[in-house]
Design a protein. Structure first.
Length: 353
């Protein structure tokens, strides 16, 4: 059962943080951010008379690489803002579901809940923005390969100014979220240390950790899939393949890292339980062979063997088949977006030639 203190804390949430609205509002926030930036970009291009040029070329053509990159950054910014807003709400739900699994007092549990709610509100998160903004400025490329635009002698143009400004916004958000992510991971490591001993017969009680892994994987793969639109109309190169492999690796790590500690706990508890069972089976076997209480010894042996079979079949990772299926689907969508972009790029390149 969920802890009553946690129940009261969750029920005190504003209506817009509960139920379907808890999902729709982050989605609406992400769309609003993207729509606002898109309106600014359209106004910026209109002010410099560049809109006619954009309408004269196909979205997939090489001439549209710079606008496509700008729109990708806009979509990424909205996706990241909306995804992180949803992640904060879902994290509170995860803490609520873990309430009865924590070996601490109701007051301590309520304090953990408040700490989880305040992770994203800390001023420390903005230190990540300060550190990330210079990186965002330096990744805007110039005409010379490997030379950032700010470090080159190239003249200013409206596309580069927009790219610099958009990267300031994107990397400011990314830096803040990165710090928040590390703080959230540290927080859940401490939550994990407060967990009661693992109940091997109720592995579903640890599902909130696997849900965090799924959200992390979707956050990473979803952002990467949006970013793959930049590679449309570009030849599939070793760099594209390297980025794809790195994306799949990071998606897998994002899924497994939140449950890594629980995997060790479950494995240790399982090994200890099997060791106790082996000792009990040896005693029951001795009684059975000695003929002491034949019926009782036989029943005891049957029960122990059945229980041993059940414990031995318990998965050591707190991830159930539906969650694995969702993860495979997320990875397939990410892989499909990258390979689809590469195929489209190859076809467009062939047609233009």
């Amino acid at each position: 059962m969920t802890d009553p203190t946690f129940e009261r804390s969750i029920s005190d949430e504003p209506w817009h943080q509960r139920g379907a609205a808890g999902v729709l509002l982050p989605v609406a926030l992400g769309f609003a951010v993207s729509a606002g930036l898109l309106a600014l970009y359209a106004g910026w291009e209109f002010a410099f008379g560049h809109l006619p040029y954009m309408t004269e070329h196909s979205w997939l053509s090489r001439q549209m690489l710079v606008p496509r990159l700008a729109l990708t950054v806009i979509a990424l910014t909205g996706f990241i803002v909306g995804g992180q807003a949803y992640g904060r709400r879902a994290m509170i739900r995860d803490l609520s579901d873990l309430g009865s699994q924590l070996s601490c007092s109701p007051t301590e549990r309520a304090a953990l809940l408040r700490e989880g709610e305040n992770i994203g509100r800390s001023a420390k998160s903005w230190t990540g923005s300060v550190m990330a903004v210079p990186v965002g400025l330096l990744v805007v490329p110039g005409q010379s390969p490997g030379v950032p635009y700010l470090l080159s002698n190239e003249p200013w143009n409206h596309d580069s100014v927009w790219a610099l400004a958009a990267n300031v916004v994107l990397f400011s958000v990314l830096g803040r979220i990165t710090v928040e992510m590390f703080r959230t991971n540290e927080f859940f490591v401490r939550v994990e240390t407060r967990l009661a001993p693992v109940n091997l017969l109720r592995p579903q009680a640890l599902a909130p950790f696997a849900r965090r892994g799924l959200r992390n994987a979707f956050f990473w793969i979803g952002g990467s899939s949006l970013g793959s639109t930049v590679f449309v109309a570009l030849s599939f190169s070793w760099l594209t393949g390297l980025v794809l492999l790195f994306t799949l690796l990071m998606g897998t790590l994002a899924f497994l890292l939140p449950v890594r500690g629980l995997h060790r706990r479950i494995r240790t508890a399982k090994e200890a339980e099997l060791e106790r069972l082996h000792d009990a089976i040896q005693r029951a076997r001795k009684n059975l062979l000695d003929g002491a209480g034949d019926a009782a010894a036989s029943n005891s042996m049957s029960g122990l063997l059945a229980y041993e079979h059940r414990i031995a079949g318990i998965r050591e990772w707190p991830i159930d088949p539906p969650q694995i299926a969702r993860f495979v689907l997320i990875m397939a969508l990410g892989l499909g977006s990258w390979l689809g972009g590469a195929v489209v790029g190859h076809l467009v390149d062939a047609l233009w030639r």
